[in-house]
Ligand binder design. Sequence first.
Ligand code: PEP
Ligand code: MG
Length: 934
Amino acid sequence: MGKKYVYYFGDGKAEGTGHMKELLGGKGAGLAEMTNLEISVPPGFTISTDACVEYYKRGKAYPPGMMEEALHALKRVERSMAAGFGDADNPLLVSVRSGARASMPGMMDTVLNVGLTTKTVQGLAAKTRNERFAQDSYRRFISMFGSIVMGVSREHFEDILKHKKQDLGVTQDTHLDAKALKELVVSFKDLVREETKREFPDDPLDQLRMAINAVFSSWYGARAVTYRRLYSIPDSWGTAINVVAMVFGNMGESSGTGVAFTRDPATGNKAFFGECLMNAQGEDVVAGIRTPLPVTQLAKTVPQAYKELETTYKKLERHYRDMLDLEFTIQEGKLYMLQTRVGKRTGIAAVRIAVDMVKEGVISKKEALQRIAPDQLAQYLYPIFDPKEESHCTPLGKGLPAGPGAAAGKIALTPDRAVEMKAAGNRVVLVRQETSPDDIHGMNAALGFLTARGGMTSHAAVVARQMGKVCVAGCDAIDVQDAQTVRIGTQIFREGDYLSINGSTGNVYGGDIPVMESEVTQVLQGKLETSKSEKYQLFDTVLKWADEVRRLKVRANADVPDQARIARAFGAEGIGLCRTEHMFFAEDRIPIMQKMILARKREDREKYLDQLLPLQKQDFIGLYREMKGFPVTIRLLDPPLHEFLPKREELMVEIAQLELTGGTPSVIEERKRLLARVEELHEFNPMLGLRGCRLGITMPEITRMQARAIIEAACEMAKEGKKIVPEIMIPLVGMVSEMKAQKDLIRDVAQDTMKRYNMKLSYLVGTMIELPRAAVTADRIAEEAEFFSFGTNDLTQTTFGFSRDDAAKFVDHYKTVNILESDPFAVLDREGVGALMRTAISGGRKSRPDIKLGICGEHGGDPSSIEFCHQIGLDYVSCSPYRVGIARLAAAQATLTEQDNRKATPVAKASTHASRRPSRPVKRSTGRSARKKR
Ligand code: PEP
Ligand code: MG
């Protein structure tokens, strides 16, 4: 027998199960599982993702046997429904729905009512004794099939519909009678003929084949591809297709369709939450075309079906042990479930649901930890509007609070403009009548979105929750008039005007309301009591559980005491990188620094360094105090010196202007001297020039001053009885000789300083590993270095030969054409950079078995990179203070994944292959230039 591509489900028995997500897609697996649980599901079959993969391999041809299997399964559906596909008297209709492994809301195509023809529409009318319903279904089918499968623009159908309503003087689709709908069917078919030069297909099997092809093709549709790039979903997964017997939510007022969540997806509150539309079909709710009613309304209109829905959602949540989203249809009072899957949720909800489910005894703490994508924790840190400022503003309108947080920015009314305005450095709020999957690029560029139509399960709301954006949906007060103008309440706004939206309350305000720190940040800063913030308590609970599990320590990259304080509050266990150059940019220091750089003689440089010494020493005392005994890694001066000097071009312009306007000759002279020195220091490739340890070697007085400040500060602390073990880190070492030269210098200064203080202190001297040469000669370097910290920003730059400041220009393109899966400056390249790290670790340990190992590049805050750091055995990761919580959770997850993998049998391992990727798409940290973050 050939490979099986089709899996039937129906009448309480399915060939698939809920565990077969990779093969059946999320939707197919859910339908199979629900069928096996004897939940009311219409019969159908799933064509596997393998079939899709094969289809593309064969140049868009079905794999052998697939269609035969599908037709066989279709016969079973006919038997189960006691109806025939194409039967003129008793027609069976089916939906053809996409369904990938990872949910990709609205990104791929779905066609409903397949099987309607000139003959079967009459049968449907006779069978249901409802001519209007039959014609309504047929016109919906022609427009859906015509646009999705045959490529006719949806707007053309909408225009014809609009004109029909105008001609008849009605406003709602539901006001069109059977005759009008029948006429629409004719006009729609004419349109298809005109646009495609083909007849609308009237053979149900042709329709089925064409719909299957269209759904397979939508896997490579522009929307789906953009989405996959955004969420790192591989093209190789393919989509499954579900062909399901149609049940009708548009059969009158006791029929309807809805979407629900077993708990609130925005807040995580334990309350059944959903929306429905009566006398509506399929995607009407999700598309956000009509603003729906709360699902609880069904208790009044169709009490029996509502009762069954309640029983069903509880049964399903108990079974899946997670918050679920559900799609259902009620046909003349009878409930049918059409979909269930683990529900997407905001980060706020993810934490609450996980903590609540542990308290309810449903899941273990470990499971709870694995259910929160580390990046989702960032939502606890999103800013809120300053309550005082907000209380002075009157909302112009109120919509649904679909994505929590506060966003204020300039209005963009089209996704393309949102992208352009963001690129020009603006904060953007995207305002749309409703969003559609085509808007995804603009939604990505905006801080938040506001829509006029759609509910909590509309496209805008779903995407907001997933992307972690602020969203107010279904705000009636909004009317987008054209691509430049929107009316909000009584006021007219234009593109570029400021707007503020509160995604936690749904309020919409004109103007730019200042935002302030989140509750969690306020608690950490001591501005709000712990007991007053439930959000903080939830956040803290999860992180404490994470600490019980993780092996990796988490430090922070912090340069000044304020940052160190925040880092400690977030739970940092030390400073992994203090970039000392940042200390010289302060207003009172930069002039001294510039003079030091411009000086040509060592004695002059020393004079200025002497002025910097006490300031630098105070900086270190500040850091030591905040870190209260935790390790502090201080890196010696690293960047090319020109970063401290005025720009050459700016100086030239300044001099020209002074000369033109008769500036003071002595000033002009002084600027010219400065320009000459700036030109002398000019380098063609400063990143590979006089920087890192090369500075300290060519100008040892700089290293001496910094070493002295570090040790003196530690001695001062020791005088107060506080023990500090400074870790002095030498940047950009490539050769052991460089390491030794700097270490010797530091040792001399340290001896001398300790003698003056009459003290003996411990301290470490180590290096960053940020050059391939350092990694491959790590055994030699470790003869001198007492610790390694991987500077993966530079290591990525030098390994790939990609400039960290310029790579963004082509990395996106590389991702689009599948040359890179992700930006290597954001997600550590395990294959290349990772291999160098492994080499360095084994070399380092060979010479110094107890060598301390950490990472301080931006990757130290990226969950996937943290997992790798755990695997290769680093001692700690170091990241920005605000990512410390995320890193604590990611480190715990790395331990848990390792434990799971160890437990898994080889067979189970193979079947969980995909679990190396998060099942719920996780937003990656942005590919910002790490250097610019300095
Ligand atoms: C690095 O290169 O990874 C690093 C942390 O140093 P910087 O970003 O300061 O060059
Ligand atoms: Mg570096």
